[in-house]
Design a binder for this molecule. Structure first.
Ligand code: FE
Length: 162
């Protein structure tokens, strides 16, 4: 129990240090959250670590947000960066939470991913560089995009709790 409290305090302190760095141009550059592997292991559960820091993928239809329909904001499980709105969430039938857009283009980064013999576009958190999932071009209008995101990479903040 004592260990959990200490780890929580440690992660909270890391967050404060990250937030205290002033933005030279708010909205253009984002304060980065940088942690060592050891620090990430202390902050995340083993399952979260495997997805966020080792580019893992949870099994389809197993994630807690796949069928989640509450109104609110999905944030990064690694750094609380606001990533997706429930307004853009839709049922893709794929087995993972799907969004047709990010909250803001500056919130996520994308890059080509050729792992496992596939050609995909990886989506990462722009703030802490954690792996979130992939984006595909088979989504609904208006963007035509499908951000296919692991539930374990997300936390949810309900609208009335903000
Ligand atoms: Fe993050």
């Amino acid at each position: 129990m004592k260990k959990i409290i200490l780890i929580t305090l440690y992660c909270f302190a890391l967050q404060l240090v990250a937030q205290s760095k002033k933005n030279p141009a708010e909205g253009i550059f984002m304060d980065k959250v940088e942690r060592t592997d050891k620090e990430w292991q202390a902050c995340l559960t083993p399952a979260e670590y495997q997805i966020l820091r080792e580019k893992g993928t949870e099994r389809a239809f197993t994630g807690k947000y796949y069928n989640h329909k509450e109104v609110g904001t999905y944030v990064c499980a690694g750094c609380d960066n606001e990533l997706f709105s429930s307004n853009t969430k839709y049922d893709s039938g794929s087995g993972w939470p799907a969004f047709y857009d990010a909250l803001d283009k500056s919130k996520v980064n994308t890059k080509m991913d050729y792992s496992f013999g596939m050609k995909r576009i990886e989506v990462t958190c722009a703030k802490c560089d954690s792996h979130l999932g992939h984006v595909f071009e088979d989504g609904p209008r208006p963007t035509g995009l499908r951000y296919c995101i692991n539930s374990l990479a997300l936390d949810f903040v309900a609208k009335d709790k903000k």
